[in-house]
Design a protein around this ligand. Structure first.
Ligand code: NDP
Length: 479
């Protein structure tokens, strides 16, 4: 049994409470690790250590800070196999996906922000009788709170810019998938990261997560997770006038026009719908197809979805693994029942999954595709975050936009057409923070990343993240 430890003041330590909870492998439903249940006392120790480290870390040259990040990035690459195995074991995702996406991206995050901080500059404004320049100083102690779907990928996406900009960090991974964050803390020790610069506390969101957010010592919170949790963090932070970056839920539309490259659209949208079992905030969940090609798209799409292999995460041929937890499987199953009650016609999803004995109790679910659902129904409006998508019909550009924008969310969208003028018109008017044209999840780490409406507040990525983690100060000199 693996015993996960907190990372405080440069050391791996047990929780002050001595209490632990189970970490379950979703593919086998077996407990494989124990997670510390951290509390206020652990946070106190982390804050003391971070406060001591801050003057040294914030004044260190950017080149030196960048070197630490580069070293950690290299160690992630060197430990690719172990980290990918751990990520797959903790989340249920295919090992191959963790090997080619999650872990390489975690390494890339560290490397990207190591480079970015050495290129980061601030503004200067010259006037008639004065010149102004802006200083950008680290904010201080910041919190980074991340979810379970892309554990190390999203954890490092926050920690890297925070550290690069000279802040000290208190980080909390999801209690559902803490294993790679623990392995990451061991790599930070190996890299010689000065003690107190990064502290990782494990435990439950409503307990230690909430305690971190309530602490007045925390000057900024970078959070990725559900909209309800994000709203609570915003409520706690508002009276403190504290910076928050909130990357929240989504209900992402895809618009497929009759003039698209159909095979490319089908291929792209199968990926967009079911990669990582549909557990990516950017996954397409409402697919709108122009009426004249609806039947053709549907036929090709369903054939490809039926061919997706759901199975053992460690099997190379598996395209989908297990959902992350029994609770999440129940939630998605409830939505399948709701979709049926709402009049949805199930096009695929109920075929049995063949699994060897070891995986018989795992949380596997086939990809489900529905049609014939009104846009206003719960299936088309609420975030499900699993392998369930709906196919819907539209006629013309105007209706496509109306349907896509009829949502409380506004994270990501994709547009499939060979008419670039039309694609640009829609990209301009669609209410999402990220728009992909004839592609999905093509990510350039320099671009602003985040959502509109209930999908969040602020942007991560590139310079946006470095701006978030620094406080601007204007200095004016009169000639
Ligand atoms: P949650 O909001 O439940 O949890 C996110 C993180 O917050 C976890 O570490 C959780 O800890 C912690 N947490 C929970 N409650 C509190 C609290 N009161 N105070 C502080 N921290 C808390 O989301 P999920 O983990 O279920 O993640 C899925 C959600 O994340 C989906 O809505 C998805 O759309 C969204 N997401 C958004 C992305 C984006 O970029 N916009 C990217 C990826 C996911 P614990 O798990 O231990 O309870």
């Amino acid at each position: 049994m693996i015993k996960i430890a907190n990372y405080i003041d440069g050391d791996l330590v047990p929780p002050k409470s001595s209490l632990y909870m189970d970490d379950v492998n979703p593919a086998t439903a077996e407990v494989f690790a124990q997670i510390p249940l951290s509390n206020q006392d652990d946070l106190k120790a982390a804050i003391n250590s971070a406060n001591k480290a801050f003057p040294m870390w914030s004044k260190m040259s950017v080149e030196k800070r960048a070197n630490y990040l580069m070293k950690i990035s290299s160690l992630i690459k060197e430990n690719l196999d172990q980290l990918a195995q751990a990520e797959s074991q903790d989340t249920g995702k295919p090992l191959q996906l963790a090997r080619v996406v999650d872990i390489p991206r975690a390494s890339a995050n560290m490397e990207f922000f190591a480079h970015a901080i050495t290129q980061f500059s601030s503004e200067s404004h010259s006037g008639k009788n004065s010149i102004n320049y802006t200083l950008r100083r680290p904010v201080g102690l910041v919190a980074c709170i991340s979810p379970w779907n892309l554990p190390l990928y999203l954890f490092t996406w926050k920690i890297a810019p925070a550290l690069a900009a000279g802040n000290c960090v208190i980080a909390k991974p999801s209690e559902i998938t803490p294993y790679t964050a623990y392995l990451f803390s061991r790599l930070c020790i190996e890299a010689g990261l000065p003690k107190g610069v990064l502290n990782i506390l494990h435990g439950q969101g409503p307990e230690i997560g909430n305690t971190i957010v309530e602490s007045e010592n925390i000057k900024a919170v970078s959070f990725t997770g559900g909209t309800t949790t994000g709203r609570r963090i915003a409520e706690i932070s508002a009276p403190l006038f504290r910076k928050v970056s909130l990357e929240l839920g989504g209900k992402n539309p895809a618009l497929v026009f009759a003039d698209c490259d159909l095979d490319k659209a089908v291929e792209g949208l199968v990926r967009a719908s079911f990669t990582n079992q549909g557990e990516i905030c950017l996954c397409a969940s409402r697919i709108y197809i122009e009426k004249s090609i609806y039947e053709q798209f549907k036929g090709k799409f369903i054939d490809k979805v039926k061919a997706l292999k759901v199975g053992a995460p460690d099997e190379q041929s598996s395209k989908m693994g297990a959902l992350v937890s029994a609770q999440h499987l129940d939630k998605v199953r409830r939505y399948i029942a709701i979709a049926k009650e709402e009049g949805g016609r199930l096009l695929c999803g109920e075929e049995p999954i063949e699994l060897e004995e070891k995986y018989k109790h795992g949380y596997f679910l086939r990809p489900h595709v529905f049609e014939n659902l009104p846009n206003t129904c719960r299936t088309n409006q609420e975030e499900i975050f699993g392998p369930l998508v709906s196919l819907n019909v539209f006629q013309g550009e105007e209706e496509a936009l109306l349907l896509a924008n009829d949502s409380e969310y506004g994270l990501a969208s994709s547009i499939w057409t060979n008419d670039l003028s039309k694609a640009n018109r829609i990209a301009d008017q669609i209410e999402t923070g990220i728009v992909w044209i004839n592609c999905w999840m093509n990510r350039d780490l320099r671009t602003p990343f985040g959502g509109m409406k209930n999908s969040g507040l602020g942007r991560e990525g590139g310079l946006e993240a470095l701006r978030f983690f620094t406080e601007p100060k204007n200095v004016c000199i009169e000639f």
